[in-house]
Ligand binder design. Structure first.
Ligand SMILES: Cc1cc2nc3c(=O)[nH]c(=O)nc-3n(C[C@H](O)[C@H](O)[C@H](O)COP(=O)(O)OP(=O)(O)OC[C@H]3O[C@@H](n4cnc5c(N)ncnc54)[C@H](O)[C@@H]3O)c2cc1C
Length: 373
């Protein structure tokens, strides 16, 4: 079989590796527009649960990436300058570039081809392929040509965010909330190496307009964000990497394949970064696609339908949880009227699925303090 994989992000590289490793006679060619050492953003987190799933499905990849990860067991909220520690919410993180480089090396080692700095402009270039895997992210060129067939929907959350890094390792996954003369801001930050952290700044559109970001250069925005979070950053400057202001996109496709084209990862769906599952979803989509293609070996259409049927209920659940979490952030200015302990409780119950009993099991020290208050 001849397979064209458009996009060498986590989904595309992982597909190339899994398929080629298990089917060495297939030709698998990945097209990636960037050079091997370039990416957007900084580090990404995986929840403990996500890593558990990966260990169950693919221990080799789990064992490849975990030694490169930073891990912690508690989460920290900083509100009104007070620290609220939420125990039992474990996460691990890895630099996005590091993850890509590990996956690139593995894909090449099993014999997949990767054409870096090759932009696929139109799907006609891929006429030679029996299957086209669209792993080209949010702005997928494969999807864009056929959005009616994929029944694509796209909307945007109202908050603004910008993805920065900083040369300061934070102890744990931390959310810092601050009031300013322009309005309230929030930062999601965590270390992804022993020296570096991701630092995502978020605010309501009104605050963003008040602060003048709408007409400010990217460089001035970076400088002002560094100033707003100077305490949390200990005065260190934020570092940019294509760090423009964006609205988080909610992308969904009601049909996951069309003819010989199949969507995976961010080309198929997005999940708000506050629950840290976009990369995990991308990897698990690939596992499900490979399983479906192996289960229905001589019928590509049947295999692609099977992929959607098996995977869709799980993805719908995680995407719904991510969107519910995103809604809490849309209203974080109102939640900031709560005391730090109440604020922590509101944060932990934001999905509507965690009741007090569950929270006592999940974060016993936090709940003890909250209930004793
Ligand atoms: C602010 C923010 C924070 C996030 N934090 C987390 C987190 O903590 N944890 C987590 O799990 N996820 C996180 N995510 C989500 C995560 O980044 C994505 O879900 C994940 O990267 C999806 O992988 P992918 O391979 O599907 O797509 P991508 O990573 O977008 O990869 C797509 C690739 O395709 C290439 N490409 C695109 N078009 C073409 C073309 N025409 N020709 C050739 N190549 C092309 C691109 O260069 C890119 O390399 C975050 C996202 C954002 C925005």
């Amino acid at each position: 079989m001849k397979i064209a994989v458009v996009g060498g992000g986590p989904a595309g590289l992982y597909f190339a590796t899994l398929w080629k490793q298990r089917h060495p006679d297939s030709l698998v060619r990945v097209y990636e527009q960037n050079p091997p050492d370039a990416t957007f953003g900084f580090g990404v987190v995986f929840s403990d649960r996500a890593l558990e799933f990966l260990r169950g499905d693919d221990p080799e990849t789990h064992d490849l990436i975990t030694p490169e990860m930073q891990t912690w067991q508690d989460m920290t909220l900083i509100h009104r300058g007070e620290t609220v520690t939420i125990d039992g919410v474990g996460f691990s993180s890895i630099g996005r570039l590091k993850l890509l480089q590990l996956l690139q090396a593995r894909a090449l080692a099993v014999g997949a081809e990767i054409e870096f700095e090759h932009v696929v402009h139109a799907i006609d270039e891929l006429d030679w392929a029996d299957l086209i895997v669209a792993s080209d992210g949010l702005n997928s060129v494969v999807r864009r040509g056929f959005e009616g067939d994929f029944e694509t929907s796209l909307s945007y959350l109202p908050n603004k965010f910008a993805w920065y890094g900083v040369e300061k390792p934070f102890n744990s996954l931390t959310q810092t909330f601050v009031e300013t003369e322009h309005g309230p801001f929030n930062a999601h930050h965590y270390r992804y190496t022993s020296e570096m952290s991701t630092f995502i700044v978020e605010c309501a559109r009104e605050t963003w307009l008040n602060a003048g970001f709408a007409t400010m250069s990217d460089e001035d925005s970076r400088a002002l964000c560094s100033e707003i979070f100077a305490d949390a950053l200990s005065g260190k400057p934020l570092i940019a990497n294509k760090s423009n202001w964006r609205n988080f996109p909610l992308l969904w496709n009601d049909r996951w394949s069309h003819l010989n084209r199949v969507l995976v990862g961010d080309a198929l769906h997005t999940a708000h970064f506050s629950i840290g599952s976009g990369t995990r979803l991308a990897l698990e989509d690939v596992i499900a696609l490979v399983a479906a293609m192996e289960a229905v070996p001589d019928d590509m259409t049947g295999a692609l339908h099977r992929y959607e049927a098996d995977r869709r209920p799980i993805v719908e659940k995680i995407v719904a949880a991510a969107t519910q979490s995103a809604r809490w952030y849309e209203d974080f200015a109102t939640h900031m009227k709560l005391t730090p302990a109440e604020f922590g409780y509101s944060y932990m119950t934001r999905s509507g699925r965690v009741d007090d009993d569950r929270l006592r099991q999940l974060a016993p020290r936090f709940m003890e303090q909250y209930e004793a208050r």
